[in-house]
Design a protein around this ligand. Structure first.
Ligand code: APR
Length: 234
């Protein structure tokens, strides 16, 4: 057993698929005929803030209808018994990892259940709709936006992620197509640090050849089995 093995896990939309939340690039990747890329951009918000707010209000409301699945719970169990450095980086803006009990968690693309004011900079947890709501701090409207990272915007926590990747001995990417940077490059940084890298996905991706190991199948089954093996060895 490596002394204090350092683990970094990256999750994407695929880990929440079996909870009922559609992925971006799969069949469910459309919303009212819009590709997410058309809606999740600063330009789309400037052009049509109501469309963008309706899109995120619909996704936020959907959160109350879904539950974490066995893959989320398995990662929370793994964190609880892991005796070395551990960081779970999620590209997802849902709160399913938190609801499953994950603590050492970083939302690199922000959170659906947070909002911020584009005028005064106020930001806080937000569970209701945003459309038509005035900023609770400066009172102006329209001013509020979801506190998520859109295309062309700077992802969250990159320095903390870089520090974790630079010392990690095991890196796993779960349920992500590896299409969006910089998250898509985390596996390369982990390999440069000498880490063993595992891809857990429904099927091979364009990034598969950059991983040492692959476990294909639905996350609820494959992640639970992988965690079972890791915790049995400890
Ligand atoms: N189990 C495991 N993997 C699954 C499952 C499942 N049940 N269902 C789908 N997948 C896999 C798909 O094979 C695909 O590789 O999940 C991945 C989903 O890929 P995307 O839809 O591209 O989602 P993601 O990789 O998270 O996208 C990254 O792009 O749109 C932006 O900001 C958005 O965070 C998102 C980022």
């Amino acid at each position: 057993m490596a002394d204090r093995p350092a683990l970094v896990i990256l999750t994407g939309a695929g880990i929440s698929a079996e909870s009922g939340l559609p992925t971006f690039r799969g069949a469910g990747g459309l919303w009212e005929g819009h590709r997410v890329e058309e809606v999740a951009t600063p330009g789309a918000f400037a052009r049509d803030p109501e469309l963008v707010l309706r899109f995120y209000d619909a996704r936020r409301r959907a959160l109350s209808t879904v539950e974490p699945n066995p893959a989320h719970h398995a990662l929370a169990r793994l964190e609880a018994v892991w005796d070395g450095p551990f960081l779970l980086v999620t590209q997802n803006v849902d709160d399913l990892h938190e609801r499953a009990g994950s603590k050492r968690l970083l939302h690199v693309h922000g959170e659906l259940l947070r909002a911020r004011c584009t005028i005064c900079g106020w930001a806080d947890r937000w569970t209701g709709d945003l459309l038509g709501v005035a900023c609770p701090s400066c009172g102006r409207r329209p001013a509020l936006r979801p506190d998520v990272v859109w295309f062309e915007e700077v992802p969250i926590g990159l320095e903390r992620i870089e520090a974790a990747l630079a010392r990690c001995t095991l890196f796993a990417a779960i349920g992500t197509s590896g299409q969006v940077w910089p998250a898509a490059g985390f596996v390369d940084r982990a390999r440069r640090a000498g880490a063993h890298t595992v891809e857990l996905n429904l099927e091979p991706t364009d990034a598969s050849d950059r991983f040492h190991e692959h476990r294909f199948g639905p996350a609820s089954r494959v992640v639970a089995a992988w965690v079972e093996e890791l915790t049995a060895r400890r």
